[in-house]
Design a protein around this ligand. Structure first.
Ligand code: GRF
Length: 204
């Protein structure tokens, strides 16, 4: 059997994307294992999800570090100590510094709740409702030095309905997030993602 890809998952909150990754690993749909879950929020519900599945976790609090660089250095140490090969940001509410990027070049993924390049940054769902678009969705992409600017791996679109609020749209998008993030991670695990410039090609 081929070796499993060693994952580190970074969270700050509810961790429903973490849960979908765990569930897909457990049913054999992702050829990976989670070596460590790291949260910058000690109260993140995602930590309970990790505990429930016997997955090791670490907490690093923003306030405990003098600078973003010190925080990211500690984060890299934790990930490297656990042998992490791919970092999955799953609702991690921090902009990462070049320290993390350099430690994991081409090996950091993010899920964003909008069809990038539309509505990057915070509150992608609210931005879509306020703008009046008829479709929004979610995007899994490689992380680069920008905010939600890296090469796109998979997107999924959902309709935006006339009576949608930020919450109702977010719920519709989240269902798609839970499908495409595991898919993207498994494509990476199978070595099927090829980045050429801005484009990501999926090899068959
Ligand atoms: C998701 O909407 C994700 O796209 C965004 O943050 C949210 C995290 O949700 N980056 P959860 O913690 O995975 O439930």
């Amino acid at each position: 059997m081929a070796e499993l890809l060693k994952l580190g998952v970074l969270i700050s909150g509810n961790g429903s994307n973490l849960q979908s990754i765990i569930d897909n690993i457990e049913k054999g749909s992702i050829k990976a294992l989670i070596k460590i879950v790291v949260s910058n929020n000690p109260d993140a519900y995602g930590l309970t999800r990790a505990k429930n599945h016997g997955i090791p976790f670490a907490i690093i609090k923003n306030g405990d570090y003098k600078s973003k660089e010190d925080f990211d250095t500690q984060l890299v140490n934790i990930l490297k100590d656990n042998g992490v090969e791919l970092v999955a940001l799953a609702g991690f509410m921090r902009i990462i510094s070049p320290i993390l990027l350099k430690a994991f070049p081409g090996r950091i993924l993010n899920i964003h709740p909008a069809l990038l390049p539309s509505f990057p940054g915070l509150h992608g769902q609210k931005q879509a409702v306020d703008y009046g678009v008829k479709y929004s969705g979610c995007t899994v992409h490689f992380v680069d030095e920008g905010v939600d600017t890296g090469p796109i791996i998979i997107q999924s679109a959902v309709p935006v309905l006339d009576d949608d609020t930020e919450e109702t749209l977010a719920a519709r998008i989240l269902k798609e997030e839970h499908k495409i993030y595991p898919q993207a991670i498994n494509l990476f695990a199978e070595g099927r993602l090829e980045i050429k410039g801005r484009k990501v090609f999926i090899k068959s």
